[in-house]
Each structure stands twice: as C-alpha cells, then as structure tokens.
Ligand binder design. Structure first.
Ligand code: GUN
Length: 742
C-alpha cells in the first residue's frame, strides 16, 4: 500500500480485466500468507480486516475508513439495503459505492446472518445474488444456511447439503461478480470436510467459514481452532479464506497462522456502543479505566475520564475509532510477523493472554505426531489435558501435517526460546522430521559419542576433537546434544538446532537416558554402544578417552595428528558435512550424496570456512550458508542431482504428499515450453506455467526445474506446496536461483 497525504487518498486503480478475482500469495510463513486479491476496486492486500458498515448506522464514515485508515475493503449487508426502500433505490440508481461513499472493495453479505438472528428471511436465493450484482458489489455472498453449534448432526448435515445445493444457481446468478461460498458444518469435523469439499468444487472467489459467531461469542476458541483445522486444509488453496464475523484482534494471530486471509468486524462498533474496548488480549470496559490499555492516536490527548464525559454519540464514535485502531494495529503486527517468520510465535505469545485461547493453542499442539519424547514428561501435562479423548484424537494428524510441512526451514536468525512451547513450533517439528526421515547413518557405524554441555556454535570447542575422531575412529558417529534434539556433528551449524537463544540451563541440559534412546532410534542409530562426553571444562580428552573405552573403542586420545593426517581428517569432515546436508536439505540417500561429494574440492574463506564445494572438474556444486547452516545448490549440483534421480519426471501436479518420499531427491518442477527460455535465463517460475511437480514439494526447499523431456533448465526455491501448485494461477511458484542456458 502506498503512502498518501492525509485526506487526499486517491481512489484505487481497477486491476487488469483478466485478473479480476485472482488471488496471489506474495509472502508466507507456513500456512500464514500475505496475499493480493485482484478486484475492480483495487487490489486488496491480505490479511485484511473488512469493517462492517451498517448502511443505516454509520458509526465511522466509510470515507473516513478509506482516507484516514487506508482500509481497502469493507463489508455491508445487501439484505438490509434490499429491505429498506430508500437504500435500495439509491443503491440501484447509483451503485453501492456511491451509497456508502466508499471507493474501495465492497463485500456484501446475503441475509443469512439475519436469518440466524431473527428467523427466516423473505428473499430468494437467486434474487439476493442478482441484487448484489446489480448494485455493483465487488464480492457478493450467496444465501447459505447457518449452522449453530447447538444443532444436531442431522440438522447440520441438512444445512451443509442445502448450502451446497444452492451453490450452482447462486453462481449462475452472480455472473461475473465474485462470489463468497461459505463453509458450514457446525462443530462436526466430517461435515466441515464435506462442506469444504462440496463448495470447493464450484468456482467461488472466496470461502468464508460460517457459523462461527456463536462459537466466538461463547469463547469456545478450541472449537474455533478445530473448525479451522477441519476446513482450511481442504479448501482450494488459491482462494482467500474469510472468517465470517471474526473481528476480535485476540484471534488474529492464531487464525492467520492457520491460513485465514480475511476478517470482518462489527465488534469495533458494537463494543463501542456499550463502552467496551478491544485489545489483543481481550476486552476491557472504559467505565473502570484510569489509563488506556493501549494509547492509540485517536485518544492521544484524552484520558478515559475525558471520553466518559463526552456526549454519548461522540463517546461511542471515539471508542469505535479506538477499537478500529487497535484492531488494525494488531493486524499490522501479524502481517509483519508473517514477513519475519514469527507468526506462530506471536500466536503462542498471545495464547497466554486468555485461558480459552491458551486451551485452543495447547490443543493445536497435541497432535499424536508431535513427538512426545522431545521434552521431559512434565511438558505434556497441560497438553494431555487439552487433548481430545477417545477416537477423535488421532484424526487431526493430516491437518497438523498440513501445518508442519508448509514451514520453511532452515531459517536465518536465532530461535527465541519461549518455554516448552518452543519445542512444538511447527518449523522446529519440520526440521526434526527432515532430520529423522532423511538422514542416514554410515552403514559401518560401530559406536556413538554424544557431546553435550555447551551452546552452539560447537565447532570452536569441538573442531580439533572431531578431526582427531574422524582420523582415529572413523566408525564412531559423533552427535551433538542440542535442546532441540540430537544432531549429527556434521550438522552442527544447522538452524534451528544450532540457533536457540535460551538461558544457559536450557542449552546445557543433561542427556536423559529415555530421551536419548528415542532420539537415537529416530536417527536410525540403534544397537551401537553409546557414550556421552561433557564438553565443559578442562580434561575433555580424558573424558573422551573414557567415553570411547565405554563404547568399546580403543584409542589413545593423547596422541595428536600429524599435519598430513589433520588435513585428511579435515577434508573427510567437510565431505561428511556436504553429504549430511544433501541428505537432510536435498532429500538424497547417503549413497547418492556420497557419490556426488566423492571427489569434491573446497574453496574456503580466510577463516577456513567452506565457501564453495566443487566437483573434481571444478564445477560448482554447492555453497554452504553461514547464516542458517543451509547449503545452496549451484548448477553443477542440480545437474548431478537430476542425473541421480531414478523416478520418471512427474507428468502432472499431483496432490501434496510428504510422507514416504525420503531419499527421492529434491522435488522436480516441470514447466511448459513458454517458460523454458525464461527459466534458462534465471527468471522465476510463475504459476500457470507448471505442468507437473513432485508431491513432496515444500516451500523454502530447493527444487529442480526441468522441461517435459527431463532436461534441466534451472533450480530454485519452491514457494508453495504441490496442492498450491495445482490451484494457483498467479504469483511466483519457484524463485529461480540458477538457470542453465541451452
Ligand atoms: N455472518 C456471520 N456468520 C455468517 C454465516 O455463517 N453466513 C453468512 N452468510 N454470513 C455470516
């Protein structure tokens, strides 16, 4: 959004004709996304809050919303306009934008909510959609059937099917107007599934999640989270998800982390009417306040007492401004968190501010696939209490997978420790899954030594020891105990394992036998003797010697290495690092990784850190990255990886499927002939030019770009999952990092 001078904000530019209704994602953090929805009244940047404007009671003028607050979209009710003759005549004559004096995007609702509040509405299914189109709304809503949380399964089932039945005729009536296809289903997970599937087959522009107002009013936030997890993963990924009636800033971080793009709020005005203030941690009453919970621009020169003394209409308007400002500020904070890759952390922090939200957050992280052995048992007391009982508990695995596999890892920068919640952040769970499913130990591993007791980076303290070990006991696997799990020493600098910003007692925690056993099992290291070495303090060599003895390895640790042996050992460690990183980051088997790295040479910087990895012919394969411990692919590496691939090139974009593809190499993306010359020149791959891709494509991971003849065109970083690749028609699919001229 560009800046404008106060009071002179220009009207929006319509998007290109062919782009109307298209949605593109410009940035993401897991399932949270920043997007752009293209409309005739400008591009709506998401996540966005659409303030509810009651055309009869305009607490804050829509023009003020546009000019002062830069609000790009609002929502009003077409049923109210339709029912009131004066409003209807004005809207029919001049359009809804003139009626409201608002130049931005206008969404309208259909009267469904009125039917929930007052009983039936007397408008036809086509009639209300046709009316919305006739008054020029940008995004209309069909007349769906509201599902309340107290309805029986039969009632909800009937409402879901009736809503789906109305879809086709509503879409016909909407013609070229974008239409909302609401998802109903009450509290029934399978009915939310059915609703998402049925509605998703029709060409709706946006999918609001309906029937959640009473859930929010009753502060049933765990049910709210369940509704999101039951619905969003099943919707076509290229359509914005709107949380119908959700405008409380407290719910924004969690909702956005779970894929919400749009919110609408009457709360700013309704709460103002009875003297309540919205805050990111709940609601407060002005009657009891001496100071503002947050000092917002509209009350900068007023105390709560001053506002209480205002005439009631002015007081209501001031509080509505206050609520809107707080709501917009929290939304801005969430958007920045998505850019910074910290939206889950923000949801985690906010969850502590309300018991019901905390319960919801704990429930989200109770999936059976969250590995229980990550932390000591006490960690699970709260989560076990929040866990569902009975048969329901295993059913959320897919939804949790959907959250986890969309995360980008490794990331730059430190991981801020925030208590035990840290260990179930989805990007950390993904990093562990990548390590556990992809890394393979050497076949001839005879023993394992676990170094512990220090914080990263480990190389300064351990460099010499690891060189000595590599030379003297090449069949001993060195591991490092990080608070996020046991990691092979070759991955000692990999984010997040090496980058936890935490108190000393977290970083130096002692190896616990049960935890260690399960970690070793996950790494495929079972059956070998294991010993531990505390790295702290003097006498490290002696402790290592005892540890090796305990692991049936005899070696004289006091005998140093000759210069030549040291050079050989250093080389071997560097090779092992390239092998380990290929396995974990590029999904190769150890065999493939080792053959690619077999005769490689290293270009180092002045500190002796590897800058480039080249093959025997001097061709650039990889570049290790300092900032996150990752390893960037170069053209030579991409060529070698494609050569090693045994599977056929994907002929279609299949549904995302992450499990079961370990060691198959980086995902391949097949582009059409139009895109070929651009990719070869290093340009990005755009949605719409992709013919096929592997189901394990994951945002942030390297991928190979080929044509239909399996000729390598380039390589890059995937921006999306395979499911997203199937649906999106706009935006960047792969950020190309290297192109191969033909
Ligand atoms: N506003 C709040 N909830 C709903 C809903 O479920 N459907 C519609 N159409 N509008 C709503």
């Amino acid at each position: 959004m560009t800046a404008w001078k106060k009071g002179v904000r220009p009207d929006p530019q319509p998007c290109r004709e062919q782009d109307v209704g298209r949605f593109e994602v410009t940035q993401r953090d897991g399932q949270a996304r920043l997007g752009r929805l293209h409309t005739k009244h400008g591009v709506l940047e998401t996540p966005a809050l659409l303030p509810v404007v009651n055309p009869n009671i305009r607490t804050i003028e829509p023009r003020v919303m546009w000019d002062t607050y830069g609000i790009q979209a609002l929502i009003t009710n077409s049923y109210i306009i339709w029912k009131h003759e004066a409003l209807r005549n004005a809207a029919t004559a001049d359009g809804v934008h003139a009626l409201l004096d608002y130049p931005g995007v206008i969404m309208t609702d259909s009267g469904t909510f009125q039917s929930y509040v007052y009983g039936d509405v007397e408008v036809g299914i086509d009639e209300i959609v046709r009316f919305q189109r006739s008054i020029g709304v940008d995004i209309a809503t069909m007349l769906d059937v509201f599902t309340r949380p107290d309805m029986s399964e039969e009632e909800v089932d009937a409402a879901v099917r009736e809503t789906a039945q109305r879809a086709e005729q509503s879409l016909l009536a909407s013609e070229d107007t974008m239409l909302n296809g609401p998802i109903q289903g009450g509290l029934f997970r399978h009915l939310r599934h059915i609703s998402a599937r049925l509605m998703g087959t029709h060409p709706f522009a946006v999918h609001p999640i309906g029937g959640i107002v009473p859930v929010m009013e009753q502060q049933r936030y765990k049910d709210y989270a369940k509704i999101m997890m039951a619905t969003v993963p099943l919707l076509p990924a290229d359509r914005p998800v709107h949380m119908f009636g959700c405008g409380h800033p407290m719910l924004f971080p969690m909702s956005i982390a779970l894929g919400a793009d749009l919110f609408d709020s009457a709360a700013y005005a309704l709460f103002a009417r009875d003297g309540r203030l919205l805050t990111p941690w709940g609601t407060e009453r002005i009657a009891e306040l001496v100071d503002w919970p947050l000092l917002m621009p509209c009350v900068a020169s007023l105390t709560p007492e001053d506002v209480r003394a205002l005439p009631s209409e002015e007081k209501e308007r001031t509080l509505a401004h206050y609520n809107l400002e707080v709501t917009l500020a929290e939304l801005a904070r969430c958007k920045q968190a998505v850019r910074d890759g910290t939206i889950w952390q923000l949801a985690e922090q906010r969850s502590h501010q309300h018991p019901a939200l905390r319960e919801a957050f704990l429930w989200l992280t109770t999936s059976p696939s969250v590995d229980r052995n990550l932390r000591p048992e006490r960690f699970y007391t709260d989560r076990d209490a929040a866990r569902d009982t009975g048969s329901d508990q295993g059913m959320w695995e897919d939804a949790w997978d959907w959250v986890v596999w969309s995360q980008q890892t490794p990331r730059s920068g430190g991981v801020q420790w925030g208590g035990d919640d840290t260990f179930v952040r989805p990007h950390i769970v993904k990093a562990r899954r990548m390590l556990h499913t992809r890394w393979e130990p050497q076949q001839n591993t005879e023993a394992v030594v676990v170094f512990h007791g220090i914080r990263g980076p480990y190389r300064e303290r351990l460099g010499d020891v690891l060189e000595w070990l590599a030379h003297t006991c090449p069949h001993v696997q060195p591991l490092i105990l990080s608070p996020l799990g046991l990691v092979p020493a070759a991955l000692e600098d990999l984010n997040p394992f090496a980058h936890l910003d935490a108190p000393q007692w977290v970083l130096r925690h002692e190896p616990e036998p049960a935890w260690m056993a399960s970690e070793l099992m996950r790494l495929g290291l079972t059956g070998q003797p294991v010993s531990t070495v505390d790295v702290n303090g003097p006498g490290l060599k002696q402790r290592l010697s005892e540890a090796l003895l305990a692991a049936d390895q005899e070696a004289d640790v006091h005998r140093g290495l000759s210069g030549e042996h040291q050079t050989q050992a250093r080389h071997a460690l560097r090779v092992e690092q390239v092998v380990a990183k290929q396995m974990v980051l590029l999904n190769t088997s150890r065999n493939v990784a080792a053959s690619i790295a077999s005769e490689c040479t290293f270009v180092t910087n002045r500190e002796g850190r590897v800058k480039n990895v080249n093959n025997a012919d001097g061709l650039h394969l990889f570049s290790p990255r300092l900032r996150d411990g990752g390893m960037s692919l170069a053209n030579g590496g991409a060529t070698a990886l494609l050569k090693a691939r045994t599977e056929a090139v994907p002929s279609t974009v299949s549904a995302a499927e992450w499990r079961g593809h370990a060691h198959s190499g980086p995902a391949v993306v097949v582009v059409d002939t139009d895109a070929e010359p651009f990719v070869r020149k290093g340009r990005n791959v755009f949605h719409g030019f992709v013919i096929g891709c592997d189901p394990w494509l994951s945002p942030g991971e390297a991928c190979l770009i080929v044509n239909q003849n399996n000729t390598l065109l380039g390589h890059g970083i995937a921006q999306c999952t395979a499911d997203e690749m199937r649906t999106f028609t706009k935006g960047i699919a792969v950020k190309t990092r290297g192109g191969l001229e033909g």
